[in-house]
Structure formats: C-alpha cells, structure tokens
Design a binder for this molecule. Structure first.
Ligand code: DGL
Length: 269
C-alpha cells in the first residue's frame, strides 16, 4: 500500500467535515478524499440495512480513489455499518463512536454522562455499551436530537430556531446533572456554542473528532502507512448533490481552501 495514498472520510453531509478538520490539524501530512452523501442526508432516521447499503457504496467509491484507510465520520454509520465494513474490506476502517466513548469515560468526574445523537445512534445504544465496557459504574443518559443535523445542513448554526429546538431537546439532560455531554453526531460540533450555552459552562462537551484523528494517526503508524512527507498533500471533495453549496459551507469551517467539489452518482457504486 502506498504511504502517499489518501485517507477516505465520509458522512451523510457536512458533519464529517468536523472530523476532516481534526485530521488536517493532527496529521497534516495526510491527504483526504471526502465524500458527503448530501442527496441522501439525513442518515439518522434510516434503517440499519439502508445505512449499510449506503456505506458500502461509499467505500466502494472511495476505493476507486485508492484510499489506504477509511474514517467513517458519521456516528450513525459507525453504529450501524462499521462492523460490516471492517469484515468486507481489508483496509483499516475507523469509526467515531469508540474514540468518543473513551474520552467521555475519561472526562466525567461525577459518573453521569449525556449522549446526544441521531435516532439511529441513540437507539443502537452503542455509546452506552462502549462507555460501560470502560467503566460499568458510569450512568449514561441519551437523547436523540433528529432536527439538529438538518438545521446544520441548512447552515442555521446561530439561528433563534436552532436555540429554541436545542433548549427543548436538552431540557431533560439538564435535569440529570450530567457533567459530560458527548456530541454523538458529527454535525453537532457546528452548533457547539448553542449547546454549551444551554447546558452551562460546567458541563464538558466531548467532540469525538479529536480522539478519532489521534487513533487514526496511531493506526497509520502501526501499519507503516503514515505519510512522512507533506509534499503530496491534496484534499479532494465529492458529494452526491449540491456541490456548490457544500463547497461554500466547507470553506467556512476547514483550515484549507476548498477550490472544487464534484458531484458524483453514488448509486452506481
Ligand atoms: N453526521 C451524522 C452522524 O454523526 C448523521 C447525521 C444525519 O445524517 O442524520 O450521525
């Protein structure tokens, strides 16, 4: 496998850019091929079977770009499809849930952790399971926030509507006296300020992206796949719909200039 090959990163839309951003910061020698499934977003309310089908198609597309590893930068796809992808493909595949659970278990002091995510992620119970694998004494309180991802896709990051919806979703978690809250959907770091304002500054917000990038670095090093040279770094962006809108959004959150985003027909993979 070529060390200069890129890393594939995918999500249902713009959310995975929060993970791509962290990879760019933590392992700047690596190139990224990003795919956002903007024609089929949101993933959060779809069945496990559908998410597996979509994820498989995306990995098949990413393999045509000769990626050396894939980061499933979507909690829903990590919860529903990661295991299947790891069985079916023989390049390293990493998700965002395990790294997020690890940080949450290490961060909480009072042993009360909240998790917010899509309906799929929350109903899978995967965060609870991984947090309990690390520490069975931690109490985990989960809340699905299905409107958050569409609001973020719409770019309503600081909108009063987003504030009001967040207030309603987060009310019951506030009652539980949690000291740590996992942003268990890759779209949510983009409304972090709103969530923090509502939860209060004493609640630690966990963004699994940082730990995911650190895990990726470890895997690449262990497997002799790390790019030691920054000469070849080039990031490329693909979506299944709305390339121009995606490009403008990406340029507001990434540390690099996105010059081009291409539309592809993901159904053909
Ligand atoms: N960003 C995704 C996640 O982390 C999915 C959001 C959605 O498409 O519903 O779960």
């Amino acid at each position: 496998m070529d060390r200069n090959a890129p890393i594939g990163v995918f999500d249902s839309g713009v959310g995975g850019l929060t993970v791509a951003r962290e990879i760019m910061r933590q392992i700047p020698n690596e190139s990224i091929i990003y795919f956002g499934d903007t024609a089929r977003v949101p993933y959060g309310s779809k069945s496990k079977e559908t998410i597996i089908t979509y994820s498989r198609q995306i990995v098949q597309f990413l393999l045509t770009k000769k990626v050396k590893a894939v980061v499933v930068a979507c909690n829903t796809a990590s919860a529903f499809a990661l295991e299947t992808l790891q069985e079916e493909f023989d390049i390293p595949m990493l998700g965002v849930v395990k790294p997020g659970a690890k940080v949450a278990a290490e961060t909480t002091v009072n042993g009360r952790v909240g998790v917010i995510g899509t309906l799929g992620t929350v109903s899978s119970g995967i965060y609870k399971q991984y947090i309990h694998d690390l520490n069975g004494d931690i109490e985990v309180f989960s809340k699905a926030c299905p409107l958050f991802a569409p609001l973020v896709e719409e770019g309503w990051l600081e909108d009063p509507v987003t504030q009001e919806i967040a207030r309603r979703y987060l009310e019951e978690l506030k009652q539980e006296k949690i000291d740590t809250l996992v942003l268990g959907c890759t779209h949510y770091p983009l409304i972090r300020k709103t969530v923090q304002r509502i939860m209060g500054s004493e609640v630690n917000l966990v963004n699994p992206a940082y730990e995911t990038a650190i895990s990726l670095r470890g895997v690449l090093q262990e497997q002799g796949l790390a790019n030691e040279d920054s000469v070849y770094v080039k990031h490329k962006f693909y979506v299944s719909d709305g390339a121009e809108k995606f490009k403008s959004f990406a340029n507001t959150i990434l540390p690099c200039e996105v010059e081009e985003t291409k539309d592809i027909n993901i159904e053909q993979y």
